[in-house]
Each structure stands twice: as structure tokens, then as C-alpha cells.
Design a protein. Structure first.
Length: 462
């Protein structure tokens, strides 16, 4: 599945678990894999993805077609283990059910009601088999890699016994407990995978972007990792520009004046404690729940300051770096026309508007805006999914900008520095005497830098 199509499904689920709108459905159909456009259209007609349930069926069916061969080949790299056999069996069974799903959706001889019922049943079974295959893949991978990690751990232990320094820093996340070593052997990230060093588990999970309303509005390439004490962004202050040159004449030399914006990284941190009884007896995976909640806490803190931070103690936000337009007296709500004016102001400096961040009251007012005279809702019928765009730009509601405020921005002109990605580490030793497990989240971020003030248009109602 193309990344932009997957993003459509993810955005709809994140936006109040809504169905797909007409524009999104058209994009999914046109972005279907080669040779599957007709089949995708048949499935759309069968399950009605305007509803959340139909959206999930469509997502499941298209996802099952995506990456199946790659995962099958990946399994074979791990040898003929029990987990490999289980995973391949799950994939083969999923392929069979997927073929039946597409066939039922295209069969005009079956009554609509019975076809839809069967398609929904098949989609649920396909989801279960996908989860089984993914679980088997993680275990097969862990089983294949465990001897390598075990040998490295043994080397570390030999170095420690012989008084040699060894790679202690790199492995300090593995040493504290048997639980963490057992996780490495089993290869199950949910059993503490947040804590494994980068040499063993690759990069830490970057959960911040998917939870951050601010970061969802800027390109991923504009989230810049840096390794110095300051985050320094070059800024073009002025240029003489080019000019016409007659034939045979010397081309004039232009002048560019450069400056820079510097931000000091700030640490966001949190510690939570849980008793071993809670972790062992819970019917759900409490380690992942605690870790996910800590990531959410960090994203909320980052979001707040990325919009409104002053830069003195928290990070510097974009609200004070853009151009603010306050509407005339009596304009108590922001309208689509006001947003159109902000879009035009960015376009006037050759910018490309890409996102609208709106306070919750502004987002609600836009949904309720009616055409004068007819009383028709500008954002569409109340019986349809809520409109989430204005002038083709996504509207991202956030409670971290003031009421009666919206921000129209060219996201490509905003940069954010990440000094240290969000990490959750687990310790079973810090409160050894009370049998408690500690969870510590840390991340270091610098402020948001706006290339030029005109790229961020702040609109305020009176």
C-alpha cells in the first residue's frame, strides 16, 4: 500500500474514528495496486467505507495484498523453525481468505446483504491471521538473533570478570535484569523492547510524530536530529536578487546576507512506578500501556510549547514567530473566507500553504458555517463525516493554541530540532526492596524555527 493511502486510513481513524469522505475514497481507488482498481471499486460499493466499519474492511483487504511476498521471503531467512512454519501457514491461509473476499465483493449474483456479511467475516479472519503472522515473525527473528546476542553478552561478562572495561555503555540497558535478557532471546518487543540498546534493537520507537498534532503538520524531513550543544538553523536575511544582463555584459555579483537562529535543547522527562504484582497479574500488557502513556505525555508537552513556547524556559513556539492578523471588530468567529485570505498572504511570498492548525472552537465554527441565504452548511451535510479540510489544506484541531485562533502555515518552512529521541527505559533494581519496576522517559528537543515570518499566518477573531 502506498504511504499516502495508508496515511488516509490512519488520519481517518485518528480523527474521531470517522469513515472516509468522497475525496479520500477516490484517492484510495486511484491509488490501488496495479491491476486492482476494478476490484477495489467493487469492494468500496460493497462495504461503504464512509462508515468506520467499512473503512476498516477496505484497509484490511488492501493491507493483506501489501508486503505478503516480502514477509514470506523474510521468514525463509530464519530457517525452518517452528515459528517460521506457523507464520508461513498463517500467510497462506490469509491469502486464501483474501482471494475469497475479493471474489465475494465482485459477485453480482449474491444478494447485497449476504455479500456484505460474508465480506465482514472474512475481513475479521484476515486481521486475526495478519496478527498471527506478525507475532510469528517477531519470534522467529528473535530466535534467529538470540545466539548472536547471547555471545555478545557472554563476551561482556568475560570482560567484566577479567577487569576489562568492555562495551559497558552500549549494553547498560541490557545488564540490569534477567527479564530484559529474556526479552532479547524471545524477540518480543512488547516484553520490554523499549529498553534494548540500539545495537541490538535498531532505533528506538519514535512514537512522538504520530501523537503530536504539531509534527503531523510539517514534513518528516523537517524534524532534524542534531548532536551539538545548540540547534542552529541558517536564515537568509536578505538578497540583492538577479537582474537582466545585456549581451556581452558582465553578470553582476549578487549579495546574500545570512544569519542564524540558535536554540538550546530542553529535556522532557517523566518517571512512573508499577509493582511487579500489577505487571504480572494484569490481563493486558501493562509495560506497553505505561510506555504508550508516557509517550503521550511527552507529545502533549511538546505540542503545547511548539505552538506557544516563549523560548526562555520551554522551547520556542511558532505563534510568536509568524505574522498575526486580528479580524475587525465584531468578527467573533473565523470563517473560510478568513482562511482564504491567510492562504493568499503565504502565496504572495511564493510560499506553499500546507496545513491549518485550529483551536477547537474555530474547528467547530468552521463545521457549522452556513452559506448566506440558503442556510446550507459550507462543510457538507451534518449526516456525512465531519469536513477536515479547508481550501484543500488539512485542519488539525489542537487545544494548545488560544481560543478564536487559527494558524495557516507552509509546513516546509518550519524546522524542529531533536537532540535526543523519546526513549523509555525500565529498571527492576531502583526499588529492589519494594519489588517495584521503574519506567523513565527522557527526550531532548529544541524549538521550532520559522524560516520567514510570512510562512506562518496567525488569524485571530475578536
Amino acid at each position: 500500500m502506498k504511504p499516502e493511502i495508508r496515511q488516509i486510513f490512519d488520519a481517518a481513524k485518528a480523527d474521531g474514528n470517522r469513515g472516509l469522505n468522497e475525496k479520500e475514497i477516490a484517492a484510495v481507488i486511484s491509488g490501488a495496486p496495479k491491476g486492482m482498481t476494478k476490484r477495489t471499486l467493487d469492494l468500496v460499493n460493497a462495504v461503504q467505507p464512509r462508515l468506520p466499519e467499512g473503512r476498516d474492511v477496505l484497509n484490511t483487504a488492501l493491507s493483506a495484498e501489501d508486503g505478503a511476498r516480502a514477509m514470506m521471503d523474510a521468514f525463509k531467512k530464519f530457517g525452518d523453525s517452528m515459528y517460521t512454519q506457523q507464520g508461513i501457514a498463517a500467510l497462506n491461509q490469509r491469502d486464501t481468505l483474501s482471494s475469497e473476499l475479493w471474489s465475494v465483493a465482485a459477485n453480482r449474483d449474491i444478494s447485497s446483504e449476504s455479500a456484505v456479511k460474508r465480506v465482514y467475516e472474512l475481513a475479521e479472519d484476515i486481521r486475526d491471521l495478519s496478527e498471527q503472522a506478525q507475532g510469528a515473525f517477531e519470534r522467529a527473528k528473535g530466535e534467529a538473533e538470540a545466539p548472536v546476542y547471547g555471545a555478545k553478552l557472554a563476551e561482556l561478562q568475560r570482560s567484566a570478570r577479567q577487569g576489562q572495561p568492555g562495551p559497558i555503555g552500549e549494553w547498560r540497558g541490557l545488564i540490569p535484569s534477567l527479564t530484559e535478557y529474556r526479552m532479547v532471546s524471545e524477540g518480543v518487543p512488547s516484553d520490554g523492547g523499549y529498553t534494548v540498546p540500539s545495537s541490538m534493537a535498531g532505533h528506538y520507537i519514535d512514537a512522538l510524530k504520530q501523537r503530536s498534532t504539531f509534527l503531523r503538520g510539517i514534513p518528516g524531513a523537517n524534524v532534524i536530529p542534531f548532536e551539538t550543544a545548540l540547534f542552529e538553523v541558517p536564515q537568509l536575511i536578505g538578497t540583492s536578487g538577479g537582474d537582466y544582463v545585456a549581451e556581452g555584459q558582465t553578470i553582476p555579483t549578487g549579495d546574500m546576507v545570512w544569519g542564524s537562529v540558535k536554540f538550546e535543547p530542553k529535556k522532557i522527562g517523566e518517571i512512573q512506578w508499577a509493582s511487579n504484582e500489577v505487571l504480572e497479574d494484569s490481563a493486558i500488557d501493562m509495560r506497553r500501556v505505561i510506555g504508550d502513556n508516557m509517550f503521550r505525555d511527552a507529545s502533549l508537552k511538546f505540542d503545547k510549547d511548539a505552538f506557544t513556547g516563549s523560548g526562555t524556559n520551554p522551547i520556542k513556539g511558532i505563534l510568536g514567530q509568524g505574522i498575526t492578523t486580528t479580524l475587525s471588530a465584531g468578527s467573533t468567529v473565523i470563517t473560510f473566507d478568513d482562511l482564504a485570505d491567510a492562504v493568499a498572504r503565504i502565496e504572495a511570498v511564493n510560499g506553499v500553504p500546507s496545513v491549518i492548525w485550529a483551536a477547537p472552537d474555530v474547528a467547530a465554527a468552521l463545521r457549522k458555517e452556513k452559506a448566506s441565504g440558503t442556510g446550507t452548511y459550507q462543510a457538507g451535510s451534518p449526516t456525512d463525516s465531519p469536513k477536515t479540510t479547508a481550501w484543500g489544506l488539512p485542519i488539525l484541531p489542537t487545544s494548545f493554541i488560544p481560543a478564536k485562533t487559527a494558524i495557516v502555515a507552509d509546513g516546509s518552512r518550519i524546522n524542529v530540532g531533536i537532540r535526543k529521541n523519546a526513549q523509555v527505559r525500565i529498571s527492576e533494581d531502583a526499588r529492589f526492596d519494594s519489588d517495584q519496576v521503574g519506567f523513565r522517559l527522557t527526550m531532548r528537543v529544541a524549538g521550532a524555527s520559522v524560516a520567514e515570518a510570512e510562512s506562518v499566518q496567525v488569524v485571530k477573531a475578536t
